[in-house]
Ligand binder design. Structure first.
Ligand code: FES
Length: 294
């Protein structure tokens, strides 16, 4: 009787790299391992290194890491399957991640992810037929002040809309140049992996374009330092299009937004001396003047 579980046969040992590839990777691995007092600490960058070679962490890559570091392939596999930045199957040149964590989701991330799935004809984790784009939903990327956020090969595309996201993937598939909102220019996933392995990004100007915190991220700091100037309101989401951004990248989320607390008919802020404040049972707050009263 079938148990529904494919017990299969033990896998044969992974094939080795071709001699020239192995020699090149061994030289790179020596450099990486030399940066750490304990060789096994080099596992994460070594996984990026082998991912840069084939676009994902193959069984050959796992074997290579294990042999270089004196680990078992099981130990290496355990790490490679734990972290989502390591891919375990052939994937696209551009990993398009849509943040569907809470803030991005409610500000449009869920709608963007659904739209891209049908626009590209793929589900989560799948790659377009031309091998260009792999779509995935991702967790919070600490860029909530620019929500909803997309990442392409770990570079930020802030304040996205359904339309701008579709344009972005169309441009990637067509080979047109796209610029991240912040940070270094885009490169392929394999090139990104090599940089993450700790090798210098030798593209002209790429390191200088690394960038710092964006305007919206610094809004609280400015306020704490006593900057009481009027908050700037950026353009509404969806405009301007990529390539026509203002130089300082303001965000529409760093200015006071209309909330229930600012609605005099439905105050929800802390109770004040006048007794105004939120009711907890859905009734109008104490002291609130409702239409028709007085
Ligand atoms: S919720 Fe999307 S970056 Fe934080």
């Amino acid at each position: 009787m079938s148990t529904g579980t494919d017990l299969g046969m033990p896998q044969l040992p992974a094939p080795d790299y071709p001699t020239d590839v192995r020699a090149r990777l061994e030289a790179d691995a020596r450099e990486v391992i030399g940066r750490y007092p304990d060789s096994r600490s080099a596992l994460l960058p070594l996984l990026h290194l082998v991912q840069a070679e084939e676009g994902y962490v193959t069984r050959t890559g796992v074997r290579f890491c294990a042999e270089r570091l004196g680990l078992t392939t099981a130990e290496v596999t355990a790490v490679a399957t734990f972290y989502t930045m390591y891919r375990r199957k052939p994937s696209g040149d551009y990993q398009v991640g849509v943040c569907t964590n809470t803030l991005c989701a409610v500000l449009g991330g869920d709608a963007i992810f659904d739209a891209l799935k049908s626009h590209l004809g793929v589900e989560n984790g799948e790659t377009t037929g031309d091998g260009k784009v792999t779509l995935e939903h991702i967790e919070c990327n600490a860029a909530c002040d620019f929500a909803p956020v997309l990442m392409v090969n770990w570079e930020f595309f802030d304040n996205q809309t359904v339309e701008s996201a579709k344009r972005l993937v169309d441009d990637l598939r067509a080979g047109r140049t796209v610029e991240p909102t912040r940070g270094a220019p885009l490169c392929t996933y394999r090139e990104t992996s090599r940089i993450l392995a700790g090798f210098p990004d030798e593209r002209s100007g790429a390191v200088d374009a690394g960038g710092g915190a964006g305007h919206a991220s610094l809004a609280g700091l400015r306020l704490a330092k006593g900057d009481t100037g009027p908050a700037r309101v950026g353009p509404p989401r969806g405009a301007p299009p990529l390539g026509e951004r203002p130089p300082e990248h303001p965000s529409s989320h760093d200015a006071p937004q209309p909330t229930s607390a600012s609605d005099p008919r439905h105050p929800s802020g802390p109770v004040t001396g006048g007794g105004r404040g939120p009711a907890t049972d859905g009734r109008p707050a104490t002291g609130t003047t409702e239409e028709g009263e007085e």
